[in-house]
Design a protein around this ligand. Structure first.
Ligand SMILES: Cc1cc2nc3c(=O)[nH]c(=O)nc-3n(C[C@H](O)[C@H](O)[C@H](O)COP(=O)(O)OP(=O)(O)OC[C@H]3O[C@@H](n4cnc5c(N)ncnc54)[C@H](O)[C@@H]3O)c2cc1C
Length: 390
């Protein structure tokens, strides 16, 4: 099989007007300056905390690149546009960790609202949830550490569980899928156990609950195998989203501060090998699994395509999808969709202030590394040249 063609910027950016492409160009050009990104993110956090009027500028720049809108209605145009290119939307109300019952109820309310919206729109069939938006992180941490809960904490856990249970139950009835995002390793043990319990209940023949595995962790291949064994034992479909993982620095810093070995591979090669081994494992067992290949890594996408071809798995197999974040790797998303693969874009929405931590992670990811232009900037620059805009 010929390798996938993922370097066609005309296909990648067909959905962007010249004006939109120019805006992305200037944004990524600025983001190539690491010191500017550091200064900008510090200033943005401070300004928002002091209620200074910077919402407008954030919204016109990084927000527009990496988010769908402040409300679902604002995301509509983008969702429709992606749909025209056969790309489905994973819709996420972009809340990060919350800390009290009132906020958890509010997050659950937003998830239900997102779900209702997804039910009406064929272009959206997945919603995404961070359990730290529904549970107190300290509670998840205590459970992950294996400590026993007080009576009050047990009740608190049951309230959180009821929130996500109701969401999965409603999603299951409507044939919508729910991504359970992977978070920091010291919270993840509790998230995994709950994800397995929800899967056993709702994944009878359908992938309603899709648990995320961060393959930068040394123990994830074992956990992947354990997940499939659990599914076999309880007779349900094992549904996973493979990601490399977004919290590497935080993980390493905590491990160093507390004096335990970091759970993350020491080198990026270790992470790549683990991710690719995960892909291969899922494809070997695809009759019993659902796989979301959630990555911006071209080699992993090429590997997926090659393995699918070798195993005679059709490109549009209903239980294999590839997913990227909005604003990133359009060459992969639009290239693979055009080649006939199932593709999804993750579109977060919500007020600027709430999604700021997510936006900061995206800007850091797209900063120049060791003087090398970011992958995105190179692609945009190529398309600007092709359109004779520079
Ligand atoms: C649809 C979607 C959903 C996502 N959901 C989640 C989620 O639930 N939880 C989550 O944590 N992330 C999630 N992510 C983010 C994902 O983890 C990041 O996009 C990812 O880390 C970037 O990696 P990549 O696969 O695109 O590949 P690349 O850009 O090729 O690899 C970069 C990644 O490799 C790893 N890495 C880098 N340097 C080293 C090193 N020195 N040693 C070891 N490893 C290294 C890190 O994970 C880094 O992010 C999601 C991404 C997508 C596209």
């Amino acid at each position: 099989m010929d390798p996938l063609k993922l370097n066609n910027t005309e296909i990648a950016f067909a959905y962007k007007s010249n004006r939109e492409l120019r805006e992305s160009y200037w944004l990524f050009k600025l983001m190539n300056h690491a010191s500017l990104v550091k200064l900008g993110t510090n200033m943005a956090m401070t300004a928002l905390n002091w209620h200074l009027p910077i919402k407008g500028i954030v919204k016109r720049t990084i927000y527009r690149q990496f988010c769908g809108g402040e409300t679902i209605e604002e995301c509509n145009r983008l969702i429709k546009k992606l749909g025209e290119f056969n790309i489905k939307t994973i819709l996420d109300y972009g809340v990060e960790a919350k800390s009290n019952e009132e906020e958890f109820d509010k997050s659950a309310e937003y998830l239900i609202k997102t779900l209702h919206y997804a039910i009406q729109d064929d272009n959206i069939h997945i919603i995404s949830s961070k359990l730290t938006g529904l549970f107190r992180s300290a509670l998840l941490e205590k459970m992950t550490a294996g400590a026993s809960l007080t009576e009050a904490e047990q009740q608190e856990y049951e309230r959180g569980k009821k929130r996500i249970w109701n969401i999965c139950e409603a999603a299951n009835r409507a044939n919508i899928y729910v991504h359970i995002d992977a978070e920091e390793s010291w919270l993840q043990g509790a998230i995994d156990e709950l994800a397995l319990e929800l899967s056993a209940e709702f994944n009878k023949g359908v992938p309603t609950v899709i648990n995320a595995l961060q393959m930068y962790r040394k123990d994830r291949i074992d956990f992947l195998k354990r997940s499939l064994e659990h599914a076999r034992e309880h007779k349900y479909l094992c549904a996973v989203k493979l990601v490399r993982g977004a919290y590497m620095e935080k993980e390493r810093a905590r491990a160093a501060a507390k004096g335990y070995p970091s759970p993350i591979f020491e080198t990026i090669e270790g992470t790549h090998a683990s991710y690719n081994a995960g892909l291969e494992y899922c494809l070997d067992h695809i009759d019993e699994m659902y796989l979301s290949n959630a990555t911006h890594n071209e080699d992993s996408c090429q590997l997926l395509a090659k393995l699918m071809d070798e195993k005679d798995i059709p490109k549009n197999h209903p239980r294999i999808v590839t997913a990227q974040l909005i604003g990133m790797s359009d060459n992969i998303s639009f290239g693979m969709a055009k080649a006939g693969y199932n593709v999804e874009k993750y579109v977060p929405y919500g007020p600027v202030k709430h999604v700021l931590p997510y936006l900061i992670r995206r800007t850091q990811e797209n900063t120049s590394v060791g003087g090398q232009m970011s992958r995105e900037f190179n692609l945009i620059q190529t398309e600007m040249r092709r359109r004779k805009l520079i």
